[in-house]
Design a protein around this ligand. Structure first.
Ligand code: 5GP
Ligand code: ZN
Length: 114
């Protein structure tokens, strides 16, 4: 997707602050962090959100969670706890329409989120 900012970050055509990457996904710091640790885990493949995911994406979706787990551990959050969030649709706050996990931690968080 030529006009997708996360595709551009995946392709290194836009800068980011990367924290991890593998053949499936890239993880980089959110430009406007909502917590002391706020990292985005983004599949290399352009998928709009979970509504756009297909059965054949099952393994890629699993790899996203595993990279998020590794990133949280590297940030020292494995024991303290962290939250993984996916916004699916503008109505709940999705603003970049390329699937991504938010990895949030480093402060207390209420549940359910506002
Ligand atoms: P969404 O609202 O779609 O769930 O999350 C999009 C996230 O991407 C937001 O938290 C926003 O701060 C972040 N973001 C938007 N543009 C950029 C960018 O160019 N670079 C980085 N690192 N984060 C971005
Ligand atoms: Zn994209």
């Amino acid at each position: 997707m030529s006009d997708c900012i996360f595709c551009k970050i995946v392709d290194k055509k836009l800068p980011s602050t990367p924290v991890a990457e593998n053949q499936h996904a890239i993880a980089f710091r959110d430009l406007h962090p909502g917590a002391p640790t706020h990292i985005l885990v983004v599949p290399r493949k352009h998928v709009v959100n979970l509504n756009d995911a297909r059965e054949e994406d099952a393994a890629e979706l699993g790899h996203l969670l595993l990279l998020a787990r590794d990133v949280a551990k590297a940030e020292g959050l494995a024991e303290k706890g962290y939250r993984i969030a996916i916004n699916n649709g503008a109505g709940v706050g999705q603003s970049v329409f390329h699937l991504h996990l938010h990895v949030l931690g480093g402060r207390a968080m209420s549940w359910p989120p506002g």
